[in-house]
Design a protein around this ligand. Structure first.
Ligand code: KIV
Length: 305
């Protein structure tokens, strides 16, 4: 049973009422049972509800919202307050999925006390259950301190978008032997630090498979091949809402851009042609009020004559 206080959702279908709350403990059990784990990003109440009710295990309020929702060029500009605003909205829409919040650039790199304070805000003000931090073994001590503050942490290694300027672009990581060795060290260090799960982004399938076999924490891949314990994709990517050439690993499972464009164009056309709204889509006066109004109007017309 979930101990997370969440407001009731009267419209939830029955099968959802029967679903078990996903926890950091149940994720580990899933890895042991070799049952694939699903994760999607969500950034607002409506999509959070749709994703949660569809049965996705983990919902990540990713700092990718900098691009998908706010139109920034990369993830570096998004602030704690902007992230919190979205985490709170998503919290209100999630019932069963595990809710993770991405710590934005600058919220944990400068000072460990700051990092703990910011992680605490995501839990206290946003209702997040796990915070996610980018970086490998150099983050292990910080991750231990955040866990000591009773906050589960998700690691994120490989292509870490907050390091875009250091990496010199969004490039697949771990392609030579020394880079593979470093990734293995990173994964093991974070596993030992006690991460609740480990995101593996933009690394060769073979390396992700080795890491997945080596660590006890569940690995969640994005552009890291099928051997990971789970897969994550960005909500806007799977629905063609990103306005650009998608990365190699993205599969479009639907075309929301086409659906929305069609709906918006049809609305426009039907307003312009006066087909919308119809009489059935209009409110009407009660009979007695209409009759009384008619009498008043008729009297006015008579007086004007
Ligand atoms: O911000 C994000 O959406 C992420 C996932 C892609 C892992 O970090």
């Amino acid at each position: 049973m979930s101990l997370t206080p969440i407001a009731g959702h009267p419209g939830f279908p029955d099968h959802n009422e029967l679903r078990q709350k996903v926890t950091t403990a149940s994720l580990r059990e899933r890895k042991l049972r070799r049952e694939p784990i699903t994760c999607l990003t969500a950034y607002d109440y409506a999509t959070a509800r749709v994703v949660d009710e569809a049965g996705i295990d983990m919902i990540l309020v990713g700092d990718s919202l900098a691009q998908t929702m706010l139109g920034y060029e990369n993830t570096l500009s998004v602030t704690m307050d902007e992230m919190l605003h979205h985490v709170r909205a998503v919290r209100r829409g999630v019932k069963n999925a595990l809710l993770l919040a991405d710590m934005p650039y600058g919220s944990y790199q400068v000072d460990a006390n700051d990092a703990i304070r910011n992680a605490t805000r995501f839990v206290k003000e946003g209702g997040a259950e796990v915070v996610k931090i980018e970086g490998g073994e150099k983050r292990a001590d910080l991750i231990r301190r955040i866990i000591d503050a009773e906050i589960p942490v998700a690691g994120h290694i490989g292509l870490t978008p907050q390091s875009v300027n250091v990496m010199g672009g969004y490039k697949v990581q771990g392609k030579d032997l020394s880079a593979i060795e470093q990734l293995m060290r990173d994964a093991v260090a974070l596993d030992r630090a006690g991460v609740a799960c480990l995101y593996l982004e933009g690394i060769p399938r073979e390396v992700a498979a080795m890491i997945t076999a080596e660590v006890s924490t569940p690995t969640i891949g994005i552009g890291a091949g099928p051997e990971c314990d789970g897969q994550v994709l960005v909500f806007h990517d799977i629905l063609n809402l990103t306005f650009g050439q998608p990365a190699k690993f993205v599969r479009r499972f639907g075309d929301a851009a086409a659906l929305i464009t069609h709906a918006v164009q049809t609305f426009r056309a039907e307003v312009v042609s006066r087909q919308y709204p119809s009489d059935a889509e209009s409110y009407h006066l009660p009979k007695e009020t209409r009759a009384a109004l008619e009498t008043v109007l008729e009297r006015k017309r008579t007086m004007r004559r």
